[in-house]
Design a binder for this molecule. Structure first.
Ligand SMILES: [Zn+2]
Length: 314
């Protein structure tokens, strides 16, 4: 008789369900550490071991940046009417319904008024969970209105970009949003109201090609994918192998495309600092506030007349 005998059991799936609820633990894709989801959320979805930045949804983003986690939302009821009746693998209308069910939002962006370290701001947070954060007519209109509110109220604009680009299901109408938003931002710039963009993973396509790259100060999160076309398309076009780390925040900083890379846990104080640097001040206590500079046209020195010009000018 053998000392040890292996009891053979049929290979079937366990009948008892796992007592560990789904989504309680998350594995970090960078350092492979197993993280307790609650701890991760408390750390703003940044891995405590290697500082990998997980994607943050729009609501969590606003909560992390705005004072007391409160804001006043604008244009929440705007909804796409599927202008082209577009169908690919499934109807666009169905994708919209799924996006709404998954995120609780009507489209891929939240626009709101809130405060960052007592500085009143118009803030825009994009939601990747809604059709990849893509920019259709509703996203374009809401961001344009946010920029216009910013200009009218002279409140700085902060946009948290997180998008796969223009929404192909709305065809050229989605591309038109790029110029519409850019024009609103040009008016904001002329009114000398600060605009800060935060580029998170991913910021690509028509979003990069318009408002994401038009800010007074561009802040990127570490390791974020930021670019226009994907690397495969570029390689095929230029017939060259792309360098390592291409289209990541660190590469873009090195090449002067972004101003700084800021850890998400430092983001709020850094945004406040850049806004104060550009002249923003809390609305209360009027005696010791420094108002934003007046419109550029008003402060521009008058054109020299012919007599005042030095000889070198002519
Ligand atoms: Zn990690």
């Amino acid at each position: 008789m053998a000392w040890f005998k292996k009891v053979r059991r049929p290979m079937t799936a366990p009948t008892e369900p796992s007592r560990v609820p789904e989504g309680l633990w998350v594995k970090c894709p960078t350092c492979a550490q197993i993280l307790y989801n609650k701890d991760l959320t408390a750390n703003l979805s940044v891995c405590p071991t290697c500082a990998h930045h997980f994607r943050l949804d729009a609501v969590a983003r606003l909560r992390s940046l705005l004072d007391d986690g409160v804001w006043k939302e604008h244009d929440a009821s705007l909804v796409s009417n599927d202008p082209l009746g577009f169908v690919d693998r499934k109807p666009y209308a169905e994708r919209l319904r799924e996006g709404m069910a998954a995120t609780g939002l009507r489209d891929a962006v939240i626009t709101a008024t809130g405060a960052i370290e007592d500085l009143e701001v118009e803030i825009v947070a994009m939601e990747y969970g809604f059709i990849g954060g893509s920019m259709g007519v509703v996203v374009g209109e809401k961001i344009t209105r946010a920029a216009e509110r910013s200009t009218a109220q002279r409140r700085p604009l902060v946009i948290i970009c997180c998008s796969g680009g223009a929404r192909m299901m709305e065809g050229t109408l989605s591309l038109m949003q790029m110029s519409k938003i850019s024009m609103a931002l040009a008016r904001l710039d002329r009114a000398r109201v600060p605009y800060v963009a935060v580029l998170t993973d991913p910021t690509t396509g028509g979003v990069t090609a318009s408002f994401a790259m038009l800010a007074d100060i561009s802040i990127a999160e570490p390791g974020a994918l930021i670019g226009f076309a994907g690397p495969r398309v570029i390689e095929q076009t230029i017939r060259q192998t792309l360098p390592a780390g291409f289209q990541r925040s660190e590469f873009l900083l090195e090449h002067g495309m972004v101003d700084m890379i800021v850890d998400r846990r430092e983001l709020k104080p850094m945004i406040a600092r850049t806004l104060r640097f550009m002249g923003a001040a809390p609305p209360a206590a009027p005696s010791d506030t420094i108002p934003l500079p007046a419109a550029r046209d008003a402060v521009r020195a008058p054109e020299p007349t012919l007599d005042e010009r030095s000889p070198q000018d002519t």
